[in-house]
Design a protein. Structure first.
Length: 60
C-alpha cells in the first residue's frame, strides 16, 4: 500500500465537493489472495477532513 497526498483534479473536486487543487489523500492498494495471486488493484482518493486510518497487523 502506498499513501500520499495529491492535488484534486477538477473531476475529483466535483465528486468530493472540494475546490480544484485542494489536497487529497491518495491510496494505491494491491490486494492478494492467500496464494499470493493479485485480486484487486485500487486507486482511492479521500478528502483530508473525512479520513481516518486504522491498521491491524497480524503476525505468524
Amino acid at each position: 500500500m502506498i499513501i500520499d497526498s495529491v492535488l484534486a483534479t477538477p473531476e475529483q473536486a466535483a465528486y468530493l465537493q472540494v475546490e480544484a487543487g485542494a489536497a487529497l489523500l491518495h491510496i494505491e492498494r494491491l490486494t492478494c489472495g492467500r496464494d499470493g495471486a493479485p485480486l484487486e488493484f485500487d486507486h482511492l482518493y479521500f478528502r483530508g477532513d473525512t479520513f481516518r486510518y486504522q491498521a491491524r497487523v497480524e503476525r505468524d
